[in-house]
Design a protein around this ligand. Structure first.
Ligand SMILES: Cc1cc2nc3c(=O)[nH]c(=O)nc-3n(C[C@H](O)[C@H](O)[C@H](O)COP(=O)(O)OP(=O)(O)OC[C@H]3O[C@@H](n4cnc5c(N)ncnc54)[C@H](O)[C@@H]3O)c2cc1C
Length: 393
């Protein structure tokens, strides 16, 4: 999908979308409802992403949203990536995160730090038919991300990497991996360096896949690097500047997680509204009890607040304005709202909500991860506190 960018008028409300944004939103919404929804229960049961769906994501042009059209991408905005992740997640959060990681972490890292050769080689593949993954976390290095133990050693015209990565989204499907390793442990975090690794590089293997509570169709695997040989030209950005790449990509990435969270919450709430309008107790629709109406109104209000925060952070990013605190707040709040709203949806389905016959328990399971990955809620609070205590409120 290559579209003409249309300006939104200055001062327009946050939820007013340009023609291009509406097109992206509508096409992905239709696709999610028609093509993804029928596959969701099976993919969740099997913990497997449909290969046909991945191919369809590429056909739809949503795997290279910000990639310029000279490399086969849609040449569009970060905001559109956010809309796409929201729309996918309102039907299936696993599809949402697959597309999110591709766009907001992998493509983003290459777009910002790749040289011309790297962009031409890898972004062309990532926009066309190749899934990417982003590997920072390790068993001993989660919130303390820069304590990573994976090492990179320079050996003539190549680097040799040794270590293990854990929790890597998309690893089962990916062919291209952005991997962080320390090339100079004596320099602490200033030794961290990013590398572009192809799946068939010698010494690189994808290990165990996690059996997860939610987003089960999204693969999460270990990576094993044993004397993994990486050509010198595959260093991404400068040696020792990987920490900057990691911080800055994740600052943007967490807006995408916020989008995933508002999508999940919306999906669950839509199901709950439909169900309570059908279900009768005490001779009337459940939706007509004042107690239930108020619960639904409260959930819709919190969802609207979360959406405004996510959209605002994304618009700030596209406008090249500071967005660090707004992104952290958006992810923190939207993931909290998502857990509450999906829990309410289960509650409003009564006993049916607690079974796999109905869709809401999956939304509830899918919601929790938003408070864990791309920085736990405590780490978001830490970021927010730093900016509040040192800058402005
Ligand atoms: C499904 C899934 C997919 C993932 N995908 C990826 C991926 O694609 N790439 C990748 O690199 N990583 C990925 N991750 C890893 C994820 O980013 C980490 O799990 C996350 O950063 C938390 O790290 P941890 O699990 O080691 O928890 P820990 O850091 O051990 O945290 C445990 C608890 O301690 C709290 N805590 C830790 N430090 C502090 C502190 N200073 N102050 C207050 N509280 C603190 C945390 O908030 C948390 O509640 C994924 C994780 C999951 C579950």
């Amino acid at each position: 999908m290559t579209t003409q960018a249309v300006e939104i008028p200055p001062g327009a409300p946050l939820t007013v979308l340009s023609e291009e944004e509406q097109m992206f939103q509508q096409s992905v919404r239709d696709f999610a409802i028609e093509k993804i929804r029928p596959l969701v229960p099976q993919m969740d049961r099997d913990a497997t992403m449909s290969k046909d769906l991945i191919a369809a994501f590429f056909d739809l042009g949503i795997m290279g949203i910000e990639v310029p059209d000279r490399w086969g991408g849609a040449g569009s905005t970060f905001f559109n990536a956010v809309l796409v992740v929201e729309e996918l997640s309102h039907v299936d959060a696993s599809c949402g995160v697959l597309v999110d990681v591709q766009n907001t972490l992998v493509n983003n890292a290459l777009l910002r730090w790749g040289n011309e050769d790297q962009k031409s080689k890898y972004l062309s593949l990532l926009a066309k038919d190749t899934v990417g993954a982003y590997a920072l976390s390790e068993a001993g290095s989660g919130s303390d991300a820069f304590a990573l133990a994976t090492r990179a050693e320079e050996k003539g015209d190549h680097w040799v990497l040794n270590g293990r990565k854990l929790w890597i989204t998309n690893a089962a499907e990916a062919e291209i991996f952005v991997v962080f390793a320390n090339a100079n442990p004596d320099a602490g975090y200033k030794g961290i360096t990013a590398f572009i690794i192809e799946r068939d590089f010698p010494g690189f293997n994808v290990g165990k896949k996690e059996d997860k509570t939610g987003i089960r169709a999204s693969s999460t695997c270990e990576l094993i690097l044993e004397d993994c040989r990486v050509p010198r030209e595959n260093v991404l950005g400068e040696i020792g500047k990987g920490y900057k790449i990691a911080i800055e990509t994740l600052n943007e990435g967490r807006i995408g997680i916020g989008a995933q969270m508002i999508g999940i919450a919306r999906g669950a709430l839509e199901h709950a509204i439909a169900y309570t309008k059908e279900r009768h107790q005490f001779g009337q629709r459940v939706a007509d009890f004042q107690g239930v109406k108020f619960q639904i109104s409260q959930a819709a209000t919190e969802l609207e607040a979360a959406r405004l925060m996510v959209y605002n952070a994304a618009r700030l990013k596209d406008a090249h304005k500071p967005f660090l605190r707004e992104a952290a707040m958006a992810k923190l709040f939207s993931s909290q709202v998502c857990e509450q709203v999906t829990s309410l949806a289960v509650q409003l389905f009564g006993g049916n909500g607690y079974t796999k016959e109905y869709p809401v328990e999956k939304f509830w399971r899918d919601s929790k991860v938003g408070q864990i990955y791309e920085g736990t809620s405590n780490m978001q609070l830490d970021t927010i506190a730093k900016t509040i205590l040192t800058e402005r409120l």
